[in-house]
Design a protein around this ligand. Sequence first.
Ligand code: DUC
Ligand code: ZN
Ligand code: ZN
Length: 474
Amino acid sequence: MPQFDTVIRNGTLATASDVFAADLGITGGRIAAIGAGLGSGEREIDATGRLVLPGGVDAHCHLDQPSGDGSLCADDFESGTRAAAFGGTTTVIPFAAQFRGQPLRDAVADYHRRADGKALIDYAFHLIISDPTPQLTGQDLPALIRDGYTSFKIYMTYDDMKLNDRQVLELLDVGRREGAMAMIHAENADFIGWLTDRLLAAGHTQPRYHAESRPMLVEREATHRAIAMAELADVPILIVHVSGREAIEQIHWAQGRGMRIYGETCPQYMVLTEHDLHAHGFEGAKCICSPPPRDEANQAAVWDALAGGIFHIVSSDHAPFRYQDPRGKMLHGPDTPFNWVPNGVPGIETRLPILFSEGVKKGRIGLQRFVELTSTNPAKMYGLHPRKGSLAIGADADIVIYDPDRRVTITNGMLHHNVDYTPYEGLEVTGWPETVLSRGDLVIDRGTCVAAAGRGSFLRCDPPELAKPRPAIA
Ligand code: DUC
Ligand code: ZN
Ligand code: ZN
């Protein structure tokens, strides 16, 4: 009689703190044992020469998220979570976005309908607040936080989403009272509007001008203001998708003053530059995202902050829009002006491989730091730890068996999202996820998806420990 449902044998286990040789036993969807020479399993997986990692937690991705401009989010919860799983991610936290005028509960119900019966892996939701009425701040948001939606995103830009400073402060105050994590998109909307009008008036409509309409100082100013608001409200915040040095300096400065300011960055800021927006014809639109990719010096600053501990998490910010598509990047035809091009790049499947190859393999970060940034910290940041994000007895058996030596040239044809391009076409990486388990179930078996849509479960998040204000010590 086998002792375990599954035993993963002879692998090298890596957590945020340790790397060691061991077998791992799974029973009832949870990790039941870690040790040498474990008893038999009903299923035996040989992980010789492989890394055994906690499954990735992609805490910033957009799935089946409608926008007001008529563009279409190319991935729904089925294609998006399948692609995520192929890339070694076992938990996603996309957004339930509120339209102005929409009751927040209705937005949440809408996204549950979108996810239900489709997701292949487990998922939680962040809220996006675009209309912070007294009803929302007084009743609806606190109730949802108590129901397990313990994080919300605030936009300082985008006309249909942006909040003014007073509204941001009101929301940070709710987060403080109820124990939720606030994620801030930090770009100054008026600066962008002013620069955009000048560029368009000069006839500069091509994709490359997207970067000129949102220079680093636009992000630096908003990052500083967000930190000041967090200080005033006395609450931790996370600055999402940080693109370069000047914003990093603001976060580092705040951390140096003892503030709980967290930072997220994404692979696009490690391997793309604004030069990619200059590509021939309209091709640069493929890399339009906000904030935009910067230059090599900013890439180096991002790597320093990853290695030096300033960043806490690496997410994909997967925002999938098709290129050759009137509901995608070519929303207003093949010469769509930069300010009408849907913002975002796909990257849910390539997040781990790019960070592993460019980071671990090239010696910029260690393996434990890789696990921390891609799995453990995102689980902690959003109240899912220790259930997710670690290889610990009793944790969900969400596991990636990773081939650290497989050499892959990324092409869109090998990816599983519903997008007709990848911004990483031709990028050579070393290391790729081979087999992926979610709650002990095989999802990806040596490169083949064996899971059914709808097996993923909704996760209620706890109030994150990291969202707690610093205690006042007399
Ligand atoms: N920027 C965002 O803020 N969200 C989606 C994609 C993007 O580029
Ligand atoms: Zn954003
Ligand atoms: Zn985003």
